[in-house]
Write a new protein. Structure first.
Length: 277
């Protein structure tokens, strides 16, 4: 944290808020792939038995941001059970996102994932849905900035190696849906229902990303950029990025049958690769 002046300024202020048990850095900055304009994604962990003091957090944020009149800090649960709540802030000219997480809730999800139990949930902002394994992936990929009781360290220790049961659960949940989505899109081709076809194509590709991440023992924490990342995995489909771009070019040209043929070939190759010992 010391090499980043913005974090050095922010973290002590947030850590002093009653109920903040740990603070982690996520996203590209945690993974070392950020550029100067990248957002700061900060996870605020709380214990279920100790309420997160939202009024104090709002006051802390107001003292940090560039425009105090624009501060909007939500209650816990305001963004649903999976995103939970937080704030979108501008500090020092940078976008800083706060997200709440229950330490006990995340620990329970990690244990479930290790046992091959996952769930998929409707969530605005996640067009493929929110897979419960995202919480485990967030812990695996984050960098602890404030963890006085080793809450994050204890959770992180359970995320490596990538659990075989989680791999199998993800493959079982998402691999079959690729072809199912393609077949549903094909039924809409005679009607020229471009919106439905595009939606099915997106689901097929999102499931493809899930499968590739699972096969490579990597945590998928957001659909954004997932296929571009998967294209560079050791185990992947040849020319994935170019072929995905071709699918969307064909859909944009209303050449739906060609787009679905492209997807079918991708699905077949992915199935063959998955079946390899």
């Amino acid at each position: 944290m010391s090499h980043d002046p913005l974090l050095a300024h922010i973290i002590p202020v947030l850590a002093a808020v009653p109920g903040v048990a740990a603070i982690v850095l996520g996203g590209s900055r945690a993974r070392g792939t950020a550029h100067d304009a990248s957002d700061y994604d900060l996870g605020l962990y709380y214990r279920n038995g100790t309420a997160l003091d939202i009024d104090r957090l709002r006051a802390a944020a107001t003292g940090l941001v560039d425009d105090p009149a624009a501060v909007n800090v939500t209650p816990v649960g305001d963004w649903g059970p999976w995103i939970v709540g937080g704030a979108w802030l501008a500090i020092g000219g940078h976008k800083v996102d706060l997200l709440y997480r229950s330490a006990e809730g995340v620990t329970d999800v990690i244990e479930a994932c290790r046992n091959g139990e996952i769930g998929m949930h409707y969530q605005p902002g996640h067009p493929h849905g929110f897979c419960s394994a995202i919480w485990m992936g967030e812990v695996a990929l984050c960098r602890a900035l404030h963890d006085p009781d080793s809450l994050v360290a204890a959770m992180k220790a359970k995320t490596t190696p990538f659990p075989p049961a989680l791999r199998d659960a993800l493959l079982g949940r998402f691999q079959w849906e690729i072809l199912f989505a393609i077949e549903n899109a094909e039924l809409a081709v005679p009607r020229g229902d471009g919106t439905h076809i595009a939606g099915c194509a997106y689901r097929a590709l999102a499931c493809t990303a899930q499968v590739l991440f699972a096969l490579n023992g990597q945590y998928l924490i957001n659909e954004k950029g997932a296929l571009a990342q998967a294209a560079n995995f050791p185990m992947t489909v040849r020319d994935l990025a170019a072929r995905v771009a071709e699918v969307w070019r064909q859909i944009g040209a209303a050449d739906y049958a060609a787009a679905l043929r492209t997807l079918r070939i991708l699905e077949t190759e992915l199935g063959e690769m998955s079946a390899e010992p």
